[in-house]
Design a binder for this molecule. Structure first.
Ligand SMILES: [Zn+2]
Length: 242
């Protein structure tokens, strides 16, 4: 079995009597994501397993039975940061929500379990064949009261980190992702270095915490920008201005 390396649309189910369905909680999540970003790419989206998934143990196979119908309890959402859907940030937001429906989340070569799994809510290395760099994967628990619970997912923090004018075409700073509280990584270290260089002292620890947010807000205030503590293209360009 060749490992899947390229993102590709999942096989469409064949017509005929419906032998499977997608868990209601996942349909709700997909609707929320589509509302947040109507123009997002769906190239790596998926629910029902493609042949690659069918040959291995996967929640994309409708192995959970409910009233004689197989239920798919996994959903893939495509990584499309240009349209506001950063799959890793979405995965992190889901973990941060501590939603009891979560069985596990996979993103960027890592997996994190929900409340009832191994070391709950903490990222650990994912050993599966597909490192999930083109999408994030969410599995919900196999308990019907849980997977069919269609209350909205807590995505306010994720959503508020997306600049409202992202959908419009405008030049953006290349390779500079939108940063907000909770973001970690190299870009955060770059931000912290730029803040320090401008006299807004923060520790360079690659972790966008409350102190970094305060420093960003102080910089934005002094620069006459919108004070929202979110580092979008405008704040990046102000920080990088000579
Ligand atoms: Zn998946």
């Amino acid at each position: 079995m060749p490992p899947a390396t390229q993102p590709k649309p999942r096989a469409k189910p064949t017509a005929g009597p419906k032998q499977w369905r997608v868990a209601e909680s996942l349909i709700t999540l997909r609707k929320q994501i589509n509302t947040i970003s109507p123009n997002r790419s769906k190239i790596s989206d998926g629910t029902i397993g493609d042949p690659a998934h069918a040959s291995r143990n996967s929640d994309h196979n409708p192995w959970v039975m409910n009233a004689g119908v197989g239920v798919v309890t996994a959903l893939d959402i495509t990584h499309d940061p240009a349209h506001g859907i950063d799959a890793r940030k979405l995965a992190q937001a889901l973990l941060d929500s501590r939603d009891p429906r979560i069985k596990y989340v996979i993103s960027n070569g890592q997996i994190a379990s929900g409340a009832t799994g191994k070391s709950p809510w903490k990222w650990r290395a994912y050993e599966g064949k597909n490192p999930h760099r083109h999408h994030m994967h969410l599995s919900v628990t196999s308990d019907v009261g849980s997977f069919d619970d269609d209350i909205p997912w807590e995505l306010e923090v994720f959503e508020s980190a997306i600049p409202p004018i992202l959908e419009e075409s405008r030049p953006t700073e290349p390779d500079m992702p939108v940063l907000a509280m909770g973001t970690k990584g190299h870009a955060v270290a770059t931000l912290q270095g730029l803040l320090n260089a401008r006299g807004y002292e923060v520790e360079v620890d690659s972790d966008f915490g409350p102190k970094t947010k305060r420093a960003v807000m102080a910089f934005q205030k002094d620069a006459g920008a919108v004070v929202d503590g979110i580092v979008g293209p405008h704040t990046w360009s102000l920080l990088r201005a000579p």
